[in-house]
Design a protein around this ligand. Sequence first.
Ligand code: TRP
Length: 450
Amino acid sequence: MTNDRERWGTRLGFVLAAAGSAVGLGNLWRFPYLTWENGGATFVMVYLLSVAVVGLPILVAELVIGRRSQRNPVGAFRLLKPATPWFLVGVLGVIAGFVILSYYSVVAGWTLHYALRAATGAFVHHTPQEMADRFAEFVSDPGEQILWHAAFMLLTMGIVVGGIRGGIERATGLLMPLLFLILLVLAGLSLASPGALEGLRFLFRPSLGDLSGELVLAALGQSFFSLSLGMGAMIVYGSYLSQETNLTTSAIQVSILDTLVALLAVLMIFPVIFTHAITPTESAGILFTTLPVILTDLPGGQIVTVLFFLLLAFAALTSTISLLEVTVSWAIDQRGWSRRKSTLLLGTTIWVLGIFSALSFGGGWLAEVTVLGMRGVFDIMNGISSNVFLPVGGFFIALFAGWALTRGAAEEELSPATGWSTWVSVWKVLVRFVAPIVVALVFLAAIGLL
Ligand code: TRP
């Protein structure tokens, strides 16, 4: 074990950073639009189940692998199982980090632009149609897309270059409490609107008829995406932990925080949507078209709207830093680069890759290319990473933790004190059998092999 490795300052600092990675556009943008597309409550229930049965055990597995090895994903598998192909799981993870960050930062850039616009009062008295037109205009403007994507990558790099304690832990310790505060205020406002009851019914009264293979895969993919699983982000965050931290407690706290934010997000969005009886036309655009119209109409609407977009920007930022940190930790450990050089080179490369996504809303071949029914570079990146990379990565990470780790390794990581042995046995069954089988079945069913 390397002793000069960077470390989290406090356990709370680590939990907030990991929750910061988990809580992001996945919770505030992706979860609501998937919930809408999949008809509400049934999706929400399957999602919750998937977090508990598959997500949580894999989160624990990643933390175990990370702390045990004290390495980035590639180095971790190499160290724990030398001279085997297992390191390829780490390679897949680092690649996934590249791809996800490249398109994620594009949407994150939108939130900055919208926060600024809201502050100048640009949304007052707009109809949903006007908002949709503006949105379409904005996303198809190449200059704006590249600029805001660049701005967000720069912010991310500015934090990651500061390292674990001075950069990531400090930023997330500040941003996460702010985010909770804003979210609570907004959800409260929304629940006070007349559509609250209808919103609650939509969200929490499931009907079995809605259940389908696609719904289950979408829920499973979302639980991976939301908890930042399947590509080693939590291996990396775990690798900066020292031996005292209880991994299970931390993993439970992170999952609870993440789920809470996802639920608050839909509680914030659907009551106001039902109150205004607006049917979101383009579901992925709800946050940028439908919601600002409603929010600006509330008392103090302009401030509320600014808060809302700041909320999105903060949440996105604490996630993009974790995505960049995966690739940076790889470069530092495996290539021996300095943190500064890694951040600069990798950040810039990811920005360049992201330009393809950034320009894919404006027509032309970037918007037209179609792979497996996904249309446009942005959708392809989004779909492939969360529906292919993450489930495949998660599948192997579970198998690795369940079967490949040396006897006693997981026990050592998970039983800091007596009284945890039952949990360790339960966890073993989950990562050995339940998680891999569920992921494999759902995955095969979704790609049509079952
Ligand atoms: N979990 C984040 C969100 O919900 C996104 C994210 C950050 C992520 N790091 C990740 C997703 C690693 C997958 C893997 O927005």
